[in-house]
Structures are given as structure tokens and as C-alpha cells.
Design a protein around this ligand. Sequence first.
Ligand code: GDP
Length: 324
Amino acid sequence: MTKSALITGITGQDGSYLADLLLEKGYRVFGLRRRTSVPILENIQHIEKEIEFIDGDLMDLSSLIHAVKIANPDEVYNLGAQSFVGTSWDQPILTGQVTALSVTNMLEAIRIVKPSARYYQASSSEMFGKVVETPQKESTPFYPRSPYGVAKVYGHWMTVNYRESYNMYACSGILFNHESPRRGIEFVTRKITDAVARIKLGLQNELRLGNLDALRDWGYAKDYVECMWLMLQQDKPDDYVIATGETHSVREFCEIAFGHVGLDYQKYVVTDPKFFRAAEVDLLLGDPSKAINKLGWTPQKTTFEQLVHLMVDSDLGKVKRISN
Ligand code: GDP
């Protein structure tokens, strides 16, 4: 029997890779689509015709109830959110409404319409924030450092709570940073690889960044969506850390990205206070042992260096196409 899945955040990086994966597996894929005056379809253009869109908004419970009725999903992946940490200081209330409270809307819609549907909640390593221990694992206490991190902690605990209160199959995937050519340009990795391409092609001469010493555990988004799916195929629902187990600085990312096109980052990168955060997360390093042992997942299918290279190559192609 064909399985169906409902994905929120389907136009984003993770939603689009997950849709690719589920379509390959033969799922009927429904995507919740928020109205925008100009459609944002860049990441899903190649599969647009295969996705069944349902108009709705995570902040509108009635539209979610409608979406669950229409899709009648076996699996729901809640990936929609205000997902950029920087913006969460400028729009803390909206971030709370979209990133935190909407989780309850989605869980309620499932509980009311189809409580047997399996639920995946996109939780985040930003919940660890000012880390209490290193590496961070499922049992590490949270200490979020941004309105975004605080909102994600709420979503995580609501997911656990619905599992325990209503016996729902609800899982929280605590994903460390994951990047790809489909990453939004505001995130540091894409900002760097896009700038490297523009500088290489003579269209830009500097790159302004904030804290170069921040350390992140960066994986490849395409590898990570597989884990979301695996979490919903188990006998019992549970929470998992998904990470590579390696950490690298923003500076190292720059060094490899510029190096890949034969340039020295030190000649182009300028530090600008505008890009420093009100409160920083200095170090993130995840321990993916539980996902490796229980889900049989392999981290680092794509290494850090390969990830940086593939992002730079993709941006070189994109910038060439736009500038021609
Ligand atoms: P985050 O971990 O979800 O906040 O992902 P980001 O890619 O936005 O940021 C990763 C790290 O890069 C953070 O510690 C930022 O402070 C640091 N960083 C340094 N310069 C920049 C910049 O210009 N833009 C962004 N987005 N982050 C920067």
C-alpha cells in the first residue's frame, strides 16, 4: 500500500531533500504551502508536479486540521519554522508563534484527526546553546541562547509530552547544523560559498562576517533527512541526536572554501560587528552514537571538506548562470 506523508516547510532545504527521498521511496507526498505573493519554489522546482500542495499556515489550527484530513498521512514531518537564529532577536514573538506554538497546533491537528500518524519534530542543536557538556547527547540539559533556541526547546518538550500523554508515535530529531547548496543565503555557510563564487568571478571583492571563531558540527542536509525517515520506521518512538561528531570553526570553513578556488580567505574576509550575535553559541559538537547504534545510520557519508567543496562548486555554477 502506498504510504502518504505530510511535510511542513517543504520549500526549505530539509523539506525539499526529504520530499526527494520520500518520492524515491514511492510515497504520496503532500506539502503544506503558505500563501506568498510570489511563489518560493527554487528548492522544489524539479519535483513540483509530483508534490500535492495543501494551502495552509502553521499558525492556523483549522488549516492544519484540514491538511491532515486531506493528506490522511501515515507520517507527518514538521520542518516549518522561522529557522534563522539571527532573525529571532528581531522577531522574537513571531519566532515563538511559528517555531514554538505551531508545534502544538500540528500535534493537536494530528491528535484530533489521525492520532495513529507518526510525527517527526525538527528539533535543533541550538537548544544546547551555552553547552553544559561536550559532546552533546540526548541527555544533555538544554541552555538555549536565542529566542529561536528557546522556541525549539518548547517544541521538543511538547513532542515528548504528546508521546507520553497520548501514546502518540512522536519523535524529536535533534539535528546539528546541516548545510547544502539549498541552504538559505543568510546562513554563514551559504553566505561564504556564494561570496567565494562571486569573488572568484570578479563580481565582489570582500566578504563581511561576524564571529569567525564559532565552532559548529556541520553535516550534509541530504544525509540528514534519511535519519528523519529512519526515526519514523522504528518499533518505538524516541529522540535522537543527529550530528557528525566533528567540529570546525567558521574560519576553517572560509579557509577550505576560498582554498578550493585557489584564493586566500585572509585577503577577502572582513570582520563586521553587525554580524555578531546578541548572545553567541560558541561550540557545538554532537554525539550521534544512539542514531548509529539504534537506527543504523552512518554519519559523515559526506565529509566536511566534500561538503564545502560541493557547496562552492554549486554556487560557482549558479553565479555563472545569473551573471551570463
Ligand atoms: P546557526 O548555528 O543556526 O546560528 O547557523 P548560522 O549559519 O547562522 O551561524 C553559525 C555560526 O556562524 C554562528 O556562531 C554565527 O555567529 C557565526 N557567524 C559568523 N559570521 C556570520 C555571518 O555573517 N552570518 C551568519 N549567519 N553567521 C555568522
